[in-house]
Write a protein that binds this ligand. Structure first.
Ligand SMILES: [Zn+2]
Length: 298
């Protein structure tokens, strides 16, 4: 059978339930377990997605933090410095806003990372850093993938810096916020058009399309419930249309790397499948084998 994966960054389980987004609730759905990056205290996009596509724990996959440091610096930072300065208590209540969080530990970590990267001591991960084969690399079937973090997208230090500063600036600056949202809407439009293009010509066995938009929207508009609802509805409607155009015998899988509450990442992801998989609170690493077996009819 074919497999279509819609990767939606930061899709929150609680919002899907609260707003009863029926197209996002396929035949089987629930929370997933995702890796939490040490020192960051939360799941991070640049680690969770490579773990998902390679079906491996971060340290086996190749990196467990969103920045690759040179040794022995890596050891010192990850084992001593970050645990020392970070508040590693799980933030169950999410009672601090992203701005407060930014002023406490993340500001120090961000600043440290920025200086180290400028000094050439650290860099963002690239495809070559993923040491395990991903489900796209299986030679026994045809894969298409668009926009997959790390695997497809190459982030420069400047890109990530402007993305991060973009979120902070968009919270405070009304004019900038409009441009920020416009860029994200554009991503949703281009990505969904891409999906329909590939649904019209399903010459693939596995196809994954990734969307960043919901992460940025929730970081910036976390107090504006109507705005959040608007974007969740857009994804709900998009998946509804995808279901209508889905080729026969195709597994549709919606996956998120983490959710968000009050502008902060939650410590679990989300999955939703049109085929009953019989999973309970699966680990995000579990899906690679399931996907490959479905395609190869094992
Ligand atoms: Zn985020």
């Amino acid at each position: 059978m074919k497999v279509l994966i819609i990767g939606i960054d930061a899709l929150e389980y609680n919002r899907v339930i609260e707003w009863d987004l029926k197209h996002l609730k396929l035949n089987e759905f629930g929370k997933t377990r995702v890796p939490i990056s040490e020192g960051f205290g939360e799941p991070v996009t640049l680690v969770v997605w490579p773990s998902f596509i390679s079906g491996s724990e971060p340290d086996v996959m190749g990196f467990d933090a969103p920045i690759i440091y040179r040794q022995p610096l890596k050891f010192i930072l990850e084992k001593i410095y970050f645990p020392l300065i970070s508040n590693n208590k799980p933030q169950r209540e999410h009672d601090v806003s992203i701005m407060e969080k930014t002023t406490v530990k993340n500001k120090i970590i961000s600043r440290t990372n920025y200086i180290l990267m400028k000094a050439g001591m650290g860099r963002y991960p690239e495809r070559k850093d993923i040491k395990k084969p991903t489900f796209f690399d299986n030679p026994d079937y045809k894969s298409i993938h668009h926009n997959i973090p790390v695997y497809d997208a190459v982030f420069t230090t400047e890109d990530r810096d402007s993305a991060r500063n973009g979120v902070i600036r968009a919270i405070n600056d009304k004019e900038f916020r409009k441009d920020f949202e416009k860029k994200l809407s554009e991503e949703l439009k281009i990505g969904s058009e891409n999906v329909f293009k590939h649904l019209q010509n399903p010459s693939w066995d596995l196809y994954m399309q990734y969307f960043y938009v919901l992460d940025g929207i929730q970081h910036v508009y976390y107090k504006n419930k109507l705005k959040l609802m608007d974007y969740y509805m857009k994804f709900n409607e998009f998946v509804g249309r995808v279901k209508e155009k889905l080729p026969n015998d195709t597994l549709l899988l919606i996956v998120s790397d983490h959710g968000q509450e009050n502008g902060l990442h939650t410590n679990y992801g989300y999955y939703s499948s049109n085929v009953m998989l019989g999973l309970t609170n699966p680990n995000i690493f579990d899906f690679k084998t399931i996907i490959e077996n479905k395609i190869l009819k094992k």
